[in-house]
Design a binder for this molecule. Structure first.
Ligand SMILES: [Zn+2]
Length: 144
């Protein structure tokens, strides 16, 4: 995938030409920067604008690349379904009625004699499903 004209126009531009004098000990080297090339000769640095490296542009300015990740109708449907599930999970109690130990939640043994507080089996599963759904939505919408 290459950078579109619109993306290129939004990326910050390096100075066309930049000359700098370093006070620290100089080196002799040539660097390709994200959007420039630089040569160091001793304490002198000369850099000039270059086209953005796509990987660097995507890493440094991810906000510019969301729009090129359009969702297919199927992905849109899945995201909407996951959002509906999250809405249900946020407003309804999701319980299995059974403790992790296998006892019925309604008639669970006294925590003191059972050795644990009754915990519905669904609690952990639902928490994980919510986290997975949120992560999948964020990924599909280009936020992660
Ligand atoms: Zn139990």
């Amino acid at each position: 995938m290459t950078l579109t004209r619109a993306q290129k126009s939004k990326l910050p531009k390096a100075n066309l030409l930049n000359v700098r004098w370093w006070s620290t000990r100089g080196i002799v080297a040539k660097f390709r920067l994200a959007n420039a090339m630089a040569i160091h000769i001793g304490r002198l640095e000369v850099s000039w604008r270059m086209p953005w490296l796509e990987r660097s542009a995507r890493a440094l300015h991810p906000e510019l690349f969301h729009e090129d990740r359009a969702m297919s109708p199927c992905e849109r449907e899945l995201v909407d379904a996951l959002k509906a599930f999250l809405n249900v999970a946020a407003h309804c109690e999701i319980k299995s009625g059974v403790c992790g130990c296998g006892e019925d939640m309604g008639s669970h043994s006294d925590p003191y004699s059972a050795g644990h507080s009754p915990t519905d089996m669904a609690d952990q599963v639902v928490s994980k499903a919510i986290a997975d759904a949120e992560a999948a939505i964020a990924k599909a919408e280009g936020r992660s």
